[in-house]
Design a binder for this molecule. Structure first.
Ligand code: ADP
Ligand code: MG
Length: 255
């Protein structure tokens, strides 16, 4: 192909926002010529590259927007370390149907049992399915809501949260909130009821949530909505961190 044609083609593809086709058309054309491929076959392969790149970029964008604190996936999760957690059930959730059903997930357990790891892995799976996900610790979410309220743009922040298919609220129960903070969190949870999914992790059993939400009525109302269509997993057991550190100490001692 003449240089001029290349330039024009590159410019057209740029204008049409087809960057992968722009980057690949020459190489693919050489391959097509060598393999005696027809025009349509060539065009198909070229467009396939663009489609694949777009899908991958969209997932990367979803993952960035989710703002996960770490990127931990199920490939590094040792299910044998948490016998109480059903691997088939968790992997079933990773397929995402619960999000379509607007159901919730609660991971309850003591510190170090892999709640955040599992929550992130489920969040990553949702991103790969094209879902909009947002990860917050409960404390950060409440601070975010309180700040928004102070600056008179709570509505905007609530609308943003409402656009997410999955809101992950990690570490509920480590800190208790002010009455106002608890009410804001309640509002977010209640608005999602049967419309959007929530994933909550907590070190507290449900019976202790009153400590966080200050007030039996609000806690009961919240639990009622949250647990109505909810996959609840109790992950109690020994801390994975603790166990790993004991293992490495033992191996250093040589026994
Ligand atoms: P939690 O949120 O329950 O306090 P984390 O998910 O933060 O616990 O887990 C603590 C650390 O231990 C993390 O580095 C996590 O990746 C690791 N971890 C916990 N449970 C497992 C597990 N079953 N398999 C692999 N790593 C785990
Ligand atoms: Mg955690």
């Amino acid at each position: 192909m003449a240089d001029n044609t290349h330039l024009l083609l590159r410019s057209n593809l740029k204008q049409l926002r087809l960057p992968t086709m722009g980057a690949e058309f020459e190489k693919l054309a050489r391959e097509a010529a060598a393999a005696n491929e027809g025009y349509e076959q060539y065009l198909l392969r070229l467009t396939e590259l663009e489609v694949a790149a777009r899908a991958s970029n969209a997932v990367q964008t979803r993952i960035r927007q989710a703002d996960f604190p770490v990127h931990k996936d199920f490939d590094t999760f040792d299910f044998t370390a948490v016998p109480a957690l059903s691997k088939p059930k968790i992997l079933e959730l990773a397929r995402g149907e619960w999000l379509t059903q607007r159901a919730n997930v609660c991971l309850i357990g003591s510190p170090g049992t892999g709640k955040t790891h599992c929550a992130v892995a489920l969040g990553l799976a949702a991103c790969r399915l094209g879902k909009r996900v947002r990860f917050y610790t409960a404390a950060a979410l409440v601070t975010h809501l309180e700040e928004a309220q102070k600056q008179y743009h709570l509505d905007r922040v609530l609308a943003q949260l409402d656009r997410t298919d999955l809101l992950i609220c990690d570490e509920l129960g480590y800190l208790s909130f002010s009455r106002g903070g608890a009410e804001l969190l309640f509002q977010v949870f209640a608005e999602r009821y049967e419309r959007r999914s929530l994933l909550v992790t907590s070190n507290l059993a449900f019976s202790e949530w009153g400590q966080v939400f200050q007030g039996e009525r609000m806690t009961a109302a919240l639990l009622d909505r949250l647990t109505h269509r909810c996959h609840i997993f109790e992950m109690n057991g020994e801390s994975f961190r603790f166990r790993e550190s004991m293992k490495s100490k033992r191996s250093k001692k040589g026994d």
